[in-house]
Design a binder for this molecule. Sequence first.
Ligand SMILES: O=CC(=O)O
Length: 357
Amino acid sequence: MWCSRVSLRRLQRIVVSPLYTSSPVISTQRAMSTLPRVYVTRRIPPEGLKILNESGQVQYELWDSDDPVPRQELLNKVKGVDGLVCVLTEKIDAELLDAAGPNLRVLSTMSVGYDHLTLEELKKRGIRVGYTPDVLTDAVAELTVALLLTTSRRLIEATHEAKTGGWGTWRTMWLCGYELADSTVGILGMGRIGVAIAERLKPFKVKKFIYTDVAPRPELASSIGAEYVSMEELAKQSDFLAVCCALTPETQGFCNKKLFSQMKNTAVFINTSRGGVVNQEDLYEALSSGQIAAAGLDVTVPEPLPTSHPLFTLKNCVILPHIASASYSTRNAMSALAANNLLAGLKGEPMPKELKL
Ligand SMILES: O=CC(=O)O
């Protein structure tokens, strides 16, 4: 349905009804309106929708589903739109931008990552881009710490043993893992999230924080007393290595055989950034041969990772389904920021969080 303020009441009814129909599209007749047209590629959390509804500034159509809109449907639906709100599963490339046509002037992604966007195509067309940094930093850092502890202290194996009869008597070395106290934590990619992770790990009595990035970032690193080291030193010294960098052509497959071979065989590897940063075949080798101790992954390639994937056969690999930012408050904050970015962009005003292209 193309929704404007005039049709808000109607929308509130219709938003619910598609759940019971065969198609998740909210569709009624398009309102006779000159308001900018926007396509929203997913059922976004209520705070963002409320902002769009109450703005009276746009008419929008929503793919009212938790599953991605099929590509062909997306290509059809974006024709002639002025704005687009998407999530990280939609590839925003030349094909899609061509399908949208010249009216498209604002893209707002409900994500901090933007590796699903072809930035040079957006730039070439003068399309402004909003994204959602900061509001998810706490949730991602919290989940990273949870995943690190789950992996290093073998919690998934332990609950499995307890539930399935493996729990015999108390044993001296059974289910031993690695502790943070007196350890060296390495951060690959020192940004807001890297700092937030270190702040949370510090009270666990970590001995030393080290990091690497394309260049030293003293303004961030000094707040947590982290030392800048080369990639090789990061691999060699880290007891825990947390990957927090963006996926770019430079970081694609960066965590590979070479890196794993430099790591301690007691080291724990954690990735909450993007699966593409890791060479998964090399990681499987490193984990199954005992080159490194364990890995915790919130992100993989592809997503979802097929249940038949070899990484799922390893006890020392904990895999989560990309949930780092998944708290109610954070997902709502992300959707609100995505809506506000869109509205500001369409008005030609500075966006609360705009990606510099
Ligand atoms: O992965 C999540 C995001 O990029 O927001």
